[in-house]
Design a protein around this ligand. Structure first.
Ligand SMILES: C[S@@+](CC[C@H](N)C(=O)[O-])C[C@H]1O[C@@H](n2cnc3c(N)ncnc32)[C@H](O)[C@@H]1O
Length: 463
């Protein structure tokens, strides 16, 4: 993915493992040498068991490069990249100047890092806010690149959306030009040997303040020798100019394009509909003593995703492992909502589920109670804390359960988690349109085709 590079390249491989990426970089440069004279690689690896095989691999690189007329030198740092580079980037009297690189190639480790993790603290002192190890690698690397320096990385796709990566996206896009994104259609293929379920992305970014006019998006199955399909999109379709969340959309499939076409006329923000989406307020482990398996005197219904039953709520579900009720008292009342019609969505869907967005209508005529508890694994749409009008809720139900919205969602989300922010950033039909859709719905028990037909008929009527 790298573009043209200078004759002398300072290469960074952070989290080098046994040097596969540096080896691949050099192998390509050796076969396609266009005036490259010298490569100096800086490799960081924290695992002591990998240092010897890494040195061996680098020796092999030296001889291969020699044969191709490229001088190759390297330094292997057995240590923690984040700690070492953060200290150098932070400066201070005794700190060495941070190095500068023309190219960085990375496949960083990934896992969540808690608020008190040492990585989080050192990076925070540099103004880098990050919640995962892979972004904890990318952010300092951005700072270590020379002007026009290039970074190619394979990372989880999770940084492209979601509130936890907002600060990272802001930082990343502030002076890295995103030139290309590649996604793997299968989450299984690339990391099958490790049985890792992660949607991954490869990105190519170049240090420079402005974003390009166009960006290349490619995809492949993830199988070796899989066909790569590539298309060019205006950058404004990938990061929307007015999106304060800075979501990175990856329109890699034709269905994503169709979804965008279907939803093209929509412009209503959720707030303009007088609606808000919130995460269920009952965090069950915090209110454990108040939870009840069965409803009884002094309790309110407690709704979990397991109560979703097609388009409506099936409650109580006495054979479920989850509690069905919560005591309604002064401790729990702040976590409850008043009776009304609410639209609920699951925050986590299983891989098997066809759609990522699964919406369901909570109707008080089916559950007789003045207060309700919505558990934290679901999000709920409400109007300033109160329920919604029936037709509006039904229209919203059909819209969110449509294939078009699901495919649109997949443009910017590669995981099975659906955050409230994700749904907040969607553009919606107007209130009138949603109510008309709601009125047109004879029942909530529609097939996917019927929902799609209904939505497309109403949205196309605007053209
Ligand atoms: C996903 S592996 C990638 C290895 C290699 N780049 C490749 O693509 O085959 C990530 C590597 O980063 C190393 N690593 C993890 N945390 C590190 C840190 N803080 N500093 C340096 N290396 C680290 C791990 O030991 C592991 O070898």
């Amino acid at each position: 993915m790298f573009g043209a590079l200078p004759n002398t390249v300072r290469l960074l491989d952070a989290g080098a493992g046994v040097g596969a990426l540096t080896t691949a970089f050099l192998a390509r440069r050796c076969t396609e040498n266009v005036g490259l004279r010298l490569v100096h690689a800086t490799l960081f690896e924290v695992d002591p068991l990998l240092i010897d095989p890494l040195s061996t691999a680098m020796n092999e690189c030296t001889s291969r490069c020699g044969k191709a007329g490229i001088q190759f030198t390297c330094e292997i740092h057995h240590g923690d990249f984040i700690q070492e580079m953060s200290a150098r980037l932070a400066g201070g009297f005794f700190a060495d100047e941070p190095p500068t690189f023309d190219a960085a190639i990375i496949n960083p480790p990934y896992r969540k890092i808690g608020a008190s993790a040492k990585e989080r603290r050192v990076l925070s002192s540099l103004g880098i806010e990050t919640s995962n190890l892979h972004t904890a690698f990318v952010s300092p690397i951005r700072r270590l690149l020379a002007p026009s320096g290039q970074m190619v990385g394979i990372t989880p796709r999770s940084f492209c959306n979601g509130p936890y990566f907002r600060a990272f996206r802001e930082d990343f896009l502030s002076d890295l030009q995103l030139r290309r994104l590649h996604v793997f259609e299968s989450r299984h293929a690339a990391f099958r040997a490790d049985s890792v379920l992660q949607e991954n992305v490869i990105f190519h970014a170049v240090k420079g303040k402005t974003q390009p006019r166009n960006i290349d998006i490619s995809s492949s199955s993830g199988e070796p020798d899989g066909v790569i399909r590539q298309r060019t999109f205006p950058f404004s379709e990938v990061v929307h100019p007015h999106d304060t969340e800075r979501f990175i959309h990856i329109p890699s499939a034709q269905s994503h394009e169709d979804a965008k076409q279907a939803l093209r006329g929509l412009s209503a923000a959720l707030t303009s509909l007088g609606l808000t989406i919130s995460t269920g307020r009952v965090v069950d482990f915090r209110l454990k003593p108040a939870l009840r398996k069965e409803p009884g005197p002094g309790t309110a219904p407690l709704i979990y995703p397991c109560h979703f039953n097609g388009g409506t709520i099936h409650w109580p579900k006495l054979d479920a492992r989850k509690p069905n009720a919560i005591l309604d008292n002064s401790d729990t009342r702040p976590s409850l909502v008043p009776a009304g019609i609410y639209l609920l969505t699951k925050r986590f869907t299983s891989k098997e589920e066809k759609r990522r967005i699964v919406a369901c209508l909570y109707d008080p005529s089916e559950v007789d109670a003045p207060w309700i508890g919505f558990e934290n694994h679901l999000n709920y749409f409400h109007a300033s804390g109160q329920g919604l009008g029936r037709e509006l809720a039904k229209g919203l139900f059909a819209f969110l359960n449509s294939t078009a919205v699901d495919q649109y969602f997949r443009r910017f989300s590669g995981h099975t988690q659906v955050n409230a922010t994700d749904l907040r950033t969607l553009a919606y039909p107007s209130r009138g349109e949603l109510e008309a859709i709601g009125e047109d719905m004879k029942s909530l028990d529609l097939s996917q085709d019927e929902i799609d037909e209904l939505i497309l008929r109403h949205l196309n009527a605007n053209d």
